[in-house]
Ligand binder design. Structure first.
Ligand SMILES: C[S@@+](CC[C@H](N)C(=O)[O-])C[C@H]1O[C@@H](n2cnc3c(N)ncnc32)[C@H](O)[C@@H]1O
Length: 292
């Protein structure tokens, strides 16, 4: 039987318990629960304990410290995974009208003509599928390219949804009728499944950004609405890594509330209509700056 957890009684969660749980999560995932998110954490921890039939936070702490599986269970509970197709239309417009045409011109004579894009913190897949749809729309002959979209997230559950590629009509509201027809097939009473051509453009993998490993260079990196959950230091360190992993002239796409300001890297801010994206200095420009 589930035991109700009440505020302030013997079974309640004290500030000290929350600090311990916050540390256990932050030390491994980099995710911070500052003052503004303490209520959220407390509510999720209560829910978790209630569903697991635990009466005291010390039980949870012991389990989380002693077992990876238990830590991951709790982590899944406290992640924020809000996302949607074409979440910021202006960003996809910038990708469509500025970034991809530029890459097309730059790589036109390359053999093979490669395009590598990373969606870091891809949640349930809407972001990488939106990127793939934009690539198919913007490139004249996509089949002449070797395209890889790498989509990573810390959450196994979110990746399972992304890999399944099954979305409801409501979730697909931002998809045009032509794109729906070309890249999705009806599945179930109120849903659609991503067709293999679109699905195969994306490689999904579980990865903790706080323990990032090198995966080669990318033409574009999307890390939207993820860095806001990290400390200033980790955020700056990750932006420096993204900078290293970008090709010269590559682009970084961040969420609206995120900026590269504290990372001190040579990323040029570029405003395109309502969007702000960042371009890595080209090798030639970087060399010029070293001489000067
Ligand atoms: C709010 S969602 C953003 C999804 C998508 N990028 C967007 O903007 O719509 C944040 C995602 O970051 C993931 N995340 C949080 N901490 C992470 C970490 N340390 N490593 C990798 N992914 C993480 C979460 O699981 C979640 O799916």
């Amino acid at each position: 039987m589930n035991v109700p957890i009440e505020n302030g009684n013997a079974n309640g969660i004290t500030d000290h318990d929350l600090v311990e749980l916050r540390h256990a999560i932050e030390n491994r995932s980099g995710i911070r629960f500052d003052e503004s998110r303490t209520r959220f954490l407390s509510a999720r921890v209560r829910q978790h304990m209630s569903e697991r039939g635990m009466t005291h936070p010390s039980e949870l702490l012991k389990l989380v410290r002693g077992s990876n599986a238990e830590y991951e269970r709790l982590l899944e509970r406290v992640l924020t995974q809000e996302t949607s197709f074409f979440r910021y239309p202006a960003m996809y417009h910038a990708l469509d009208t500025r970034v991809l045409p530029e890459l097309h011109a730059k790589k036109f004579w390359n053999n093979p003509r490669t395009l590598r894009i990373w969606s870091a913190g891809c949640s349930t897949g809407e972001e990488p599928y939106s990127i793939a749809l934009t690539v198919l729309k913007a490139l004249e002959l996509p089949e002449a390219w070797s395209i890889e979209i790498l989509a990573t997230d810390i959450s196994r559950k979110a990746l399972d949804v992304a890999e399944r590629g099954h979305y409801s009509k409501r979730e697909l509201e931002a998809i045009s009728a032509e794109q729906l027809q070309a890249h999705f097939s009806a599945a179930g009473s109120d849903g659609y499944r991503v067709k293999p051509k679109l699905r195969n453009m994306i490689n999904f993998a579980q990865m903790n950004l706080a323990q990032m490993v090198y995966m080669g260079r990318f033409d574009c990196i999307f890390c939207m609405n993820v860095l806001i959950y990290f400390s200033d230091e980790l955020r700056a360190a990750l932006i420096r890594r993204f900078y290293e992993y970008l090709e010269p002239d590559g682009y970084l796409f961040l969420g609206h509330a995120e900026s590269v300001a504290q990372a001190k890297v040579d990323l040029e801010p570029i405003v395109i209509d309502d969007s702000l994206i960042y371009r890595k200095a080209s090798a030639a420009r970087a060399a010029m700056q070293e001489v000067l």
